[in-house]
Ligand binder design. Structure first.
Ligand code: FE2
Length: 291
């Protein structure tokens, strides 16, 4: 296969001439992995893939995470999750409607967070639906020395319950979401993650916090921790050059490296303008996220 890598930004590239519907020959997989080390966001254009095909492509990068939201798993491959605002005739949702509505790194609230996330666009809305990214390596590299010293060696506390986090709100669009997050407050243990982590392949260091999941700092009073988090979050958004916004085309397959990015769903579309994405998540190898 001869495919082309075109940089779209400092951290994103598009891949043209690649066919993800067939097993990837080893030399091409090696080339793709190398491109992924350079560009932690890769958009493979024009991929005609069903759910099984997406699953097969994604498993070339490692075992997929099991999905606990079975109502939204694809019937042809249970490791594929449907993200969509589409509704059945009875009004029920066909997929997760509020996925990724605040800045986050996937599953940082879990002991072993997601390594690679892949989204395949089955149907894009007429407007909106962008996915936004921030390169947390750049954010970390630009921290003033005094701030770097305050996060060095620290762990942040991550938790899934939106109801514990005043920086986010619970979507009214998802039935039962508030009750779900309320139930998670005590049933799910908080997870400590290093505030700075080292990429397992490139060695690059990145800030590892997010407004969605980070609710505090280990061994630090909130009186100090919350203003520090606010300052770090403010810096995350302070330079447009660190951001990449992906405006989806139908059949885009985007894969991103959660080891150095945060991302968010941009929204901006309303039913019956339907968006449908299929998602596969490659599990993190043990300790990939360590300092
Ligand atoms: Fe996400």
């Amino acid at each position: 296969m001869s495919f082309v890598v075109n940089a779209l930004s400092d951290c994103a590239a598009e891949i043209l001439g690649f066919d993800a519907s067939r097993p990837t020959p080893a030399p091409d997989l090696a080339r793709l992995r190398e491109a992924f080390r350079v560009h932690p966001i890769l958009c493979l254009r024009d991929q005609s893939l069903d759910a099984r095909g997406l699953g097969a492509f994604a498993r070339q990068f490692g075992p997929l995470e099991r999905q606990d939201r079975s109502a939204y798993c694809h019937e042809d491959d249970n490791d594929i999750l449907i993200l969509s605002n589409d509704r059945r005739a009875d009004g029920s949702q066909v997929g997760i409607v509020d996925a990724g509505d605040f800045w986050h790194s996937d599953s940082s609230h879990m002991a072993e967070p997601t390594r690679i996330t892949m989204l395949h666009s089955v149907k894009n809305p007429a407007k909106g639906g962008d996915t936004l990214y921030i390169d947390m390596r750049a954010v970390y590299a630009a921290l003033p020395a005094a701030l770097e010293a305050r996060v060095a060696g620290r762990n942040a506390i991550h938790h899934v319950a939106k109801t514990l986090n005043p920086r986010v709100t619970v979507s009214a669009e998802r039935a039962g979401a508030a009750a779900y997050y309320k139930s998670r407050e005590k049933e799910t243990r908080p997870i400590a993650q290093p505030m700075v982590r080292t990429h397992p392949e490139t060695g690059a260091q990145a800030l590892y916090i997010s407004p969605r999941f980070t609710i505090g700092i280990e061994d630090m009073d909130d009186a100090q921790a919350q203003p520090l988090l606010d300052e770090l979050f403010r810096r995350m958004f302070s330079n447009p050059a660190w951001q990449y916004t992906h405006a989806w085309r139908d059949r885009d397959l985007v894969m991103w490296d959660n080891a150095c990015l945060v991302h968010m769903a941009g929204g901006g579309y309303d039913y019956p303008d339907v968006r449908r994405m299929h998602r596969a998540t490659v599990a993190g190898e043990p300790a990939y996220y360590r300092p």
